[in-house]
Design a protein around this ligand. Structure first.
Ligand code: TRP
Length: 557
């Protein structure tokens, strides 16, 4: 065998070959690797892009990408890790020769792991803050002092007037009043037009009416008129507070993420927790953690999904997922699906490769890949069923579309349930666990590299890697707006696809075909499955990933 015994070339290598830990079984590996794959990408990004791209066709295409692009890279990463029993840098060297240029791909992976964890930790920290906020019931009502503050803003006052106005329009309005309003809004030329004309113009412009009246400074007038007529005034305060909630919760979020003391504290807590787990090693740390946390994650997921499905009596969420709106499927959807298939499976930076390196050589890389891919896809679908009914089906387009909505709109929607507070707490614990089990795998990439390549003890390696990532995360924690975004774009848009491309090229063209073929044949898979794999990894995957990559770089500049 040309690999596996290159220990003498790296300091400490020989020891590590002998002492290398292994997962206690398939379940442990599958839980750990699924823990890495299931993250914010599943809970938030997948539902979001599925909605944007119209479900149905998009979902089908996404599945195709998972099978044709994701799965082959997953198989390659796991096999490479498992065969070499080494960190990504050592693995490329072991298979490609000591001076192979591919060893830089391993280094790029380790660096990507470092960068991704630095900001992932910050976002994960937000979920801790929000678990606590929901425990102390911060989303149930606005303190009176805050109401006054919110009302001092012109923008909020305008929104409120528009909402009150639209609410009032839900009840029948006499034709003359309609005509007067339309004319005030500049939407009706002849105020004496007959009832049918008035009603037609009215129903066509109903949604814009408040905006048009606002422009002509007539909105407040009608709002007050409606309120007086309907004697709604006494309920007005309650109603107003409810309508101000989104502004309040957005304000609360902004206040939190721009408070460096709090964001830094949670970043610190998250990194310490990750270090504690990784220091324990594969069996004593990571495996214990995922055996405990992953079942909780599944249970929380199920509770949330059942709750959403009960809310969604018409099954609109399910229908959207399966049928959707194919007019929203565009060339950009293709790229979104591809890029996400990649990200959601944690591919391209050697995280899965690193976990694979702790498998036994005789383990079956293919069945493991199938399990992890299946789990990740399953959770992504469940997340869609959970999120759709809560947010989208009820007409709340995600404002700004960013991660922010998880922390602004969602808690308010959850609070509308009778068990709202409990659901909100559970939801943020779920987000935290998903991020935590991903964070652990990211730290493990850097730690395995330091142990295998630099000969450090796991204890030392974890402390050094953890401290370095911690420091690297400080700018993201302090300057959440731009720095975090920038780090995310660079890592997921550029570093990961580049890593994935090279991993595919390496597996397809550089490793002796026999090695990967053996993996299929040895474990009894039919020849056609290997041929399909080979075709994907040699031609399809590199081409598709290159297209996504070029697109991303292009849209970057
Ligand atoms: N898969 C993770 C998610 O869906 C994100 C991620 C991408 C990741 N690459 C990774 C996590 C590498 C751990 C390791 O959110």
């Amino acid at each position: 065998m040309p690999f596996g015994k290159s220990g003498k070339k790296t300091s400490g290598g020989e020891n590590n070959v002998k002492l290398r830990e292994h997962w206690s079984g398939r379940l442990a590996f599958v839980l750990a690797a699924s823990g890495s794959a299931v993250g914010l990408g599943n809970l938030w990004k997948f539902p979001y892009i599925t909605w944007q791209n119209g479900g149905g066709l998009f979902v089908l295409f996404y599945l195709l990408c998972i099978v044709l692009v994701g799965l082959p890279i997953m198989i390659s990463e796991i096999t490479i890790g498992k065969m070499t029993q080494k960190d990504p840098v050592g693995a490329f060297r072991a298979l490609g020769g000591n001076h192979t240029p591919f060893r830089f791909v391993g280094l790029l992976g380790v660096l990507s792991g470092f960068v991704v964890l630095s900001y992932y930790s910050v976002v994960a920290g937000w979920s801790i803050e929000y678990s606590i906020k929901s425990l102390s019931n911060d989303f149930s009502k606005i303190p009176q002092a805050q109401v006054t503050q919110l009302l001092n803003k012109e923008e909020n006052r305008k929104k409120l007037a528009a909402a009150a106005f639209n609410e009032a329009l839900k009840k029948p309005v006499p034709d003359e009043r309609k005509a007067q309003m339309l004319s005030d809004a500049g939407l009706l030329e002849n105020i004496n037009a007959g009832g049918p004309v008035i009603n037609k113009v009215f129903s066509e412009n109903r949604d814009d009416l408040s905006q048009e009246l606002q422009k002509n400074n007539r909105l407040e007038y009608y709002r007050n008129l409606f309120l007086n007529e309907r004697k709604n005034a006494e309920n007005y305060n309650t109603w107003q507070n409810e309508k101000l909630m989104p502004a309040y919760s957005t304000g609360m979020f902004v206040e939190f993420i721009t408070d460096p003391v709090r964001t830094m504290s949670w970043h610190t807590v998250f990194m310490i927790l990750s270090i504690v787990i990784v220091i324990g090693g594969i069996k004593g740390g990571i495996e214990k953690a995922v055996r405990f946390f992953m079942p909780i994650l599944f249970i929380l997921m199920i509770i949330m999904v059942v709750n959403s499905l009960m809310l969604d009596k018409e099954q609109e969420g399910v229908r959207f997922l399966l049928k959707g709106d194919s007019s929203k499927f565009t060339p950009k959807s293709v790229l979104d699906a591809l890029g996400h298939a990649f990200f959601t499976l944690s591919l391209g930076l050697g995280a899965i490769m690193t976990y694979g390196s702790y498998l036994n050589k005789k383990d079956d890389a293919i069945v493991n890949s199938l399990w992890v891919t299946g789990m990740d896809t399953g959770i992504a679908f469940l997340a869609t069923l959970m999120i759709f009914p809560i947010i989208f089906v009820y007409g709340l387009e995600p404002a700004g579309g960013g991660l922010g909505i998880l922390f602004t709109t969602l808690p308010l929607e959850l609070m509308k349930f009778p068990t709202g507070q409990l659901l909100t707490v559970l939801f943020y614990v779920l987000v935290f666990l998903a991020a935590f089990t991903s964070g652990i795998s990211l730290l493990e990439v850097v730690v395995t590299y330091l142990v295998d390549e630099k000969g450090l003890s796991r204890f030392k390696a974890t402390l050094i890697a953890g401290a370095a990532v911690y420091i690297a995360g400080v700018p993201s924690a302090i300057d959440t707006g731009s720095f975090l975004d920038y780090a995310d774009k660079t890592a997921t848009g550029i570093m990961l696809p580049l890593g994935g491309l090279f991993i595919a090229l390496f597996a397809g063209w550089r490793i002796k075909t026999g090695l990967l073929k053996d993996e299929f044949i040895k474990h009894g898979y039919p020849m056609w499955s290997f041929n399909l794999f080979r075709f994907s990894i040699k031609f399809l995957t590199p081409t598709l990933v290159t297209v996504v990559f070029i697109y991303t770089v292009y849209s970057y500049i």
